[in-house]
Write a protein that binds this ligand. Structure first.
Ligand code: FAD
Length: 376
């Protein structure tokens, strides 16, 4: 049997970030990934990073992630294409405007550089935007975008340079314990790795991995689709978010000026499927063109799908569970890339000192899931 201080299951943003910060705390880490790095949701996301949330813990965690993205180049020597172009949440109704104003009041109290801006101010930021019916927007210029592949690789390389191991093509199939403590993980090749700490960072498969340890997790995958266009001229900086029922959100990827975007389907599409649909490829351009008619000649070059792993209250589940030593960083509810760096660091602090620098009670495994994140 091989031994480590901590075994991580999952090679997405959460697993690699948690592994890196644990290794930095001095833990010998083994990360098991059943396919390859970014094979799950992380390699399928659109790269948006925002701090505009409505619960105080999520705002703090997102602000900490932004700090970590901003210092990644200095700390790890890797350019992860971090770009602070902002997020613009358009308000097309009084109700939405009120919701944004309430959120902004809390975000400002927490030190976030956010404001509700007028239609004419929006025009200065995104000159070609169709402002019909727009009452204003919540705008935070320090939100941004980042390359999920580069961030995950930077963390994985960091684990290796700190003496840890990344085992690709290695599926965890069994989690063993004794006296209500986790003891080891068995892989599909029947190898057993023992450690006092095991972290479930299995994204959409989190529930199945939890069940291997006898830990029931309230999170379910949901299918979300995305597309990317050919390169274009630079037109605007922020992620544009239109939360109308038939809205969408998209960003202009800075290094290439391609547009990348998605929308949340109604009704929601539960389950682990990640196939693409004809509905999406017909509907998404219509929604984008309604906001930005100037994109009419820009061609789509690819579509794909991935999973949001949703919890009942839309906030992640991070920390200890009913099995001692078995921790989770799951249920990211569509925000794993932006929250991942800070949550990985906080999880490592929890393991190392039992005192994460941002208390994680709001994300506790045993919470009641009554209130939660509504900006999604
Ligand atoms: C279309 C789309 C757009 C998105 N846009 C954004 C965005 O702009 N910003 C943002 O913050 N988030 C976004 N998200 C959400 C984001 O992608 C996820 O929240 C995040 O990637 C979750 O990361 P993770 O590490 O938890 O999971 P994953 O990236 O899914 O990683 C889990 C890994 O675990 C592995 N695994 C599973 N079971 C096992 C096992 N038994 N043994 C070993 N390995 C196992 C999987 O192969 C996988 O690689 C988007 C998602 C989608 C689908």
């Amino acid at each position: 049997m091989k031994t480590a201080d901590a075994i991580i299951i999952g090679g997405g943003i959460l697993g690699t970030a948690a592994g890196y910060y644990l290794a930095r705390e001095g833990f010998e880490v083994i990360l098991l990934e059943k396919e390859y790095l970014c094979a799950g949701s992380t390699g399928r996301c659109i790269g948006g990073v925002r701090q505009q949330f409505v619960t105080s813990t999520t705002i703090k965690v997102a602000m900490e992630s932004v700090r970590l993205f901003s210092t990644m180049k200095d700390e790890m020597g890797v350019d992860v294409e971090w770009y602070q172009g902002g997020y613009l949440f358009l308000a097309h109704s009084e109700e939405r405007k009120k919701e944004y104003l309430t959120a902004i009041a809390l975000q400002k109290r927490m030190g976030l550089d956010v404001d509700f801006i007028s239609a004419s101010e929006i025009r200065e930021i995104v000159p070609c935007l169709n402002l019909d019916g727009v009452l204003g927007a919540a705008y935070c210029p320090s939100d941004g975008q980042v390359n999920p592949f580069l961030v995950t690789k930077a963390y994985a390389d960091g684990i290796k340079s700190l003496g840890g191991k990344i085992l690709l093509g290695t599926e965890a199939i069994q989690i063993r314990g004794s006296d209500s403590r986790v003891t080891s993980v068995v892989t599909h090749t029947d190898e057993e790795y023992s450690a006092p700490i095991v972290v479930n960072a299995a994204g959409p498969s989190a529930k199945e991995v939890g069940r291997m340890a006898g830990v029931e997790l309230l999170c379910e995958p949901e299918r979300h689709e995305a597309l990317v266009t050919e390169r274009s001229e630079p037109l605007f900086d922020p992620m544009i978010v239109d939360y109308r029922a038939d809205g969408c959100y998209f960003i202009q990827h800075k290094p290439t000026n391609q547009f990348i975007g998605c929308y949340t389907p109604y009704p929601r599409i539960g389950g682990p499927r990640v196939d693409s649909s004809i509905e999406f490829i017909k509907e998404m351009p219509r929604r984008m063109l309604r906001l930005l008619p100037c994109l009419k000649e820009v061609k789509i070059i690819r579509q794909w799908a991935g999973s949001y792993t949703m919890t009942p209250d839309g906030s992640p589940i991070v920390g200890s569970t009913s099995l001692d030593g078995f921790l989770v960083a799951v249920g990211m509810s569509g925000h794993g890339l932006m929250l991942g760096p800070a949550l990985g660091k906080l999880l490592a602090e929890l393991v190392a000192s039992d005192r994460p620098s941002i208390p994680l009670d709001e994300f506790a495994y045993g919470r009641e899931f009554r209130t939660g994140e509504v900006l999604k």
